[in-house]
Design a protein around this ligand. Structure first.
Ligand SMILES: [Mn+2]
Length: 361
């Protein structure tokens, strides 16, 4: 896709002769391969893509996937076996002076293979790639919206399936099944299904703990849909809610609302984080919001940018972020509410839209 290649080259030094995107095997697949080709199916292990400053490109794909690859409007060479790629690299790269690589995704073995085939200087263009991929095209937003809709409907329906005595991993399995029943290709990432005190750990996954009365149940999951991903979190309370639990929940909800009020083109990401943090820090839960407010999402769950004090980004239309404030209290529990949004010309639109009033199950 020429506009996407242009997006990348617009952000690199002018004297780069080519950019090589080279996949290893799963999970070391550079999603930039899908960004540039627009392909939605196939694995493309050990396949490569070379991009040129004139916006042309070519791919080297295994014969196992030549049919899927044919859906991209990009010239391709078919590899009969793995040694073919070394010869192709040598033929195409040997006379170049400066080659861009995506150092965030290329394996070291892949790097050595490129290096052996050329005398060119290899330079990291990963910042340019992250920056280009952060500005989503309309087609990408549509796929993200579909992924968000699948997760949203599941977030609403899972509540009817959660019961006292159920194990955390059973809920995780249920979520996965429900998303696939609605057309997801898979989970966007490993589901977080936590309960009780486990909800206080933001990156807990799931375990054997059984749901008890009075528990928080925190579910953080997403759908993979045609290579694009959603990421949603809802927190429920089992049986009955204490005043402290209700206050935690409503504070997180207010913090998310404060963030939404700030989101528009031109604002710095960290200011949105701060707006949410100020709401939490003005309550008894001061200091209990312990992570960044959100991350960019697209072909990868963490697409390289974010709404965080550590990230320098000014919002532009087409950028897609999660907005996920939380409060975490050790040995008690945690609440997080997360939605995905796309920045528009005059504000933002929701990509997830599941109900989020406090639900006591
Ligand atoms: Mn997230």
């Amino acid at each position: 896709m020429k506009p996407r290649i242009e997006n990348i080259f617009d952000r690199t030094d002018e004297d780069i002769d080519a950019i090589v995107i080279y996949n290893s095997v799963k999970p070391h697949i550079d999603k930039t391969f899908f960004y540039v080709t627009g392909l939605t199916e196939g694995q493309f292990e050990n396949c490569a893509l070379i991009l040129y400053p004139d916006r042309s490109s070519e791919m080297m794909v295994s014969k196992l996937e030549s049919e899927s690859a044919g859906n991209a409007d990009i010239p391709m060479e078919i590899m009969e076996n793995r040694d073919d790629l070394e010869e192709m690299f040598e033929e195409k790269l040997k006379d170049l002076d400066k080659i861009g690589i995506n150092a965030s995704e290329l394996t070291y073995k892949g790097y050595m293979k490129i290096e052996e085939s050329t005398d060119a200087e290899l330079v990291d263009v990963s910042d340019a790639i992250i920056d280009a991929r952060n500005r989503k095209a309309q087609k990408e937003i549509e796929l993200l919206d579909q992924a968000g809709t699948i997760a949203s409907r599941v977030a609403e329906n899972i509540a009817d399936k959660i019961e006292i005595g159920m194990k955390e991993y059973e809920i995780a399995a249920e979520l996965s099944y429900m998303m696939k029943k609605r057309g997801a290709t898979g989970d966007a990432f490993e589901t977080i299904s936590s309960s009780g005190p486990n909800t206080a750990e933001p990156h807990y996954t799931s375990g054997e703990r059984e749901i008890e009365k009075g528990d928080f149940v925190l579910l953080d999951f997403g759908a993979l849909y045609n290579q694009y991903r959603s990421d949603i979190t809802r927190t429920y309370i089992m049986g009955e809610a204490s005043d402290r639990q209700k206050k935690m929940y409503n504070t997180v909800l207010k913090a998310q609302e404060a963030a939404f009020e700030k989101i528009e083109p031109g604002i710095e990401g960290k200011k949105i984080h701060n707006a949410a943090k100020e709401v939490i820090d003005s309550t008894e839960f001061e200091g209990k919001f312990i992570h960044g407010l959100g991350h960019s999402i697209g072909l990868s769950t963490h697409d390289g940018s974010g709404l965080s004090p550590n990230v320098d980004v000014t919002l532009e239309p087409g950028m897609v972020f999660t907005v996920e404030p939380g409060i975490y209290i050790s040995d008690f529990g945690g609440v997080r509410i997360e939605d995905d949004i796309a920045v528009t010309e005059d504000g933002f639109e929701f990509l997830t839209d599941a109900d989020k009033e406090l639900r006591i199950l």
